[in-house]
Design a protein around this ligand. Structure first.
Ligand code: UGA
Length: 432
């Protein structure tokens, strides 16, 4: 099948490479010349395990090419997938300007019976606007569909190759049939729904997982007060099949480019249709307040952050990615600095300076190359992300007289072993 993917961000590049690997003729289109030039040389501007290899392989077979030229990319495409960004607008709703700009640009070049699929996360009702935009610019018969994306950063290639389900939102049997055929190599259950349901399902899935994380964080906070242990609670409730064992781990709140944005958008969308009193507002507030509140409570335990040297381990929002969007570190480090602490950070991949486009790091913050360097002279150490390099590190061995406090933001370490090594251990909801 001739397939064009518009947008060479995270979802676009992974989708292009995976669909090319099924034997489709895929064109990746982006208006950013610099990005396309890099992709032509198989260079991915972000880290994602397995992606660069797959990209190179598919470019060598000739199944996958990249371009900035709309006419070339659209004229023969049977299916066009839009995977451009939908950042949040100032009122919290999704800003659809890039989706609409892509529709305007592709419309004049559409082939007869082409299917335009929106993969970007958009609110229900977007396809009507899409129909209007394209309809004003072409006379050919075209179709629209919504196929939301459920892949996770850090395992995007695997998730795209082995999805739990494929959700296709369309209104015509011919469109369902063609998109089902396109997704057949995935051997995943296909859920055929109305476009509005597909769009809503994407928000529902992310908001549900964010709610689950907020819920377990709240239970962890209660454990701090009553002597129960959150890890024992997770073990006790997870075998219930209605509850299950995934997305159930406490931390410093959810981060990344999706959960925070999608929860806020769902809250704003609810308000815009007259449902101002909705739970998504509260979930968002709880998540945003979490880090300042936790740091305040730790501050009491270690008698103030002022003049303390803190080793902050893990800058990305989760392991296996260099993405720092809404990561715990981006919130923790400015608070620590504002309270007069000195920070020595470490991450296997993420780069603080690049993320903030800083010429120099802030006074009192230095990103170190190794965990040992970050711990040098520190009194407090904080493990924010469950990178294997961090959780596999021998902190008992690294214990010094000066290094007293161990903050385990993801409950990844054995409190007893660390206490035995001489640390004052602070986890989340673990009171043993
Ligand atoms: C998320 C969804 O999981 C994907 O299904 C979805 O396609 C994607 O957003 C998207 O909308 O594009 P992602 O942002 O890559 O994927 O990250 P997750 O692995 O889901 O983690 C999100 C956040 O939740 C992280 O900060 C993580 O540390 C946190 N988390 C996750 C917890 O605090 N506890 C958990 O038990 C699980």
């Amino acid at each position: 099948m001739n397939l064009t993917i518009i947008g060479t961000g995270f979802v676009g590049v992974v989708t292009a490479a995976v669909y090319a690997s099924f034997g489709n003729e895929v064109i990746g289109l982006d208006i950013d010349e610099d990005k396309v030039a890099k992709l032509k040389k198989s260079k991915v501007p972000f880290y994602e395990p397995g992606l660069e290899e797959l990209l190179k392989e598919q470019q060598q077979t000739g199944n996958l090419v990249f371009t900035t030229d709309y006419q070339e990319a659209i004229k023969n495409a049977e299916v066009i997938m839009i995977a451009v960004g939908t950042p949040s607008a100032p009122d919290g709703q999704a800003d659809l300007r890039y989706v609409f700009a892509s529709l305007e640009s592709l419309a004049p070049h559409l082939a007869e019976e082409a299917i335009v699929v929106i993969k970007s996360t958009v609110p229900p009702g977007t396809l009507e606007k899409a129909r209007e935009i394209i309809g004003q610019r072409t006379k050919v018969k075209f179709h629209l569909a919504s196929v939301p994306e459920f892949l996770k950063e850090g395992s995007a290639v695997e998730d795209t190759l082995h999805p739990d389900r494929v959700v296709i939102g369309a209104t015509h049997e011919t469109v369902f049939a063609k998109l089902e055929k396109l997704h057949q190599p995935l051997k995943a259950p296909v859920v055929k729904v109305k476009p509005e349901s597909a769009q809503m399902a994407k928000y529902a899935a992310n908001a549900y997982l964010a709610t689950r994380i907020t819920f377990i964080n709240q239970i962890a906070d209660l454990c701090e007060k009553n002597g129960a242990d959150i890890e024992e609670i997770v073990a006790a409730i997870s075998p219930d099949q209605r509850i299950g064992a995934h997305y159930w781990y406490p931390g410093f709140g959810y981060g990344g480019s999706c959960f925070p944005k999608d929860v806020k958008e769902l809250a704003a969308y609810s308000r815009s249709i007259g449902e101002g009193d909705n739970m998504f507002n509260k979930i968002n507030d709880l998540n945003e307040d979490r880090i300042p509140r936790l740091l305040e409570s730790f501050e009491g335990e270690l008698d103030g952050w002022k003049d303390k040297t803190v080793a902050v381990l893990g800058l990305s929002f989760k392991p296996n990615t260099d993405d720092m969007r809404e990561s715990p570190a981006t919130k923790v480090i400015p608070i620590l600095l504002s309270k007069g602490a000195k920070v020595q950070s470490y991450d296997p991949l993420a780069n603080w300076q690049e993320f903030h486009r800083l010429e120099n790091l802030e006074n009192n913050h230095q990103q170190m190359k190794t965990i040992e360097d970050a711990l040098q002279g520190a009194e407090v150490m904080m493990s924010l992300v469950e990178w294997p390099q961090i959780i596999g590190f021998d902190f008992a061995q690294a214990k010094t007289n000066q290094l007293k406090w161990f903050i385990d933001a993801r409950n990844q370490f054995d409190p007893e072993a660390l206490k035995k090594a001489g640390y004052h251990y602070l986890g989340l909801g673990r009171t043993s």
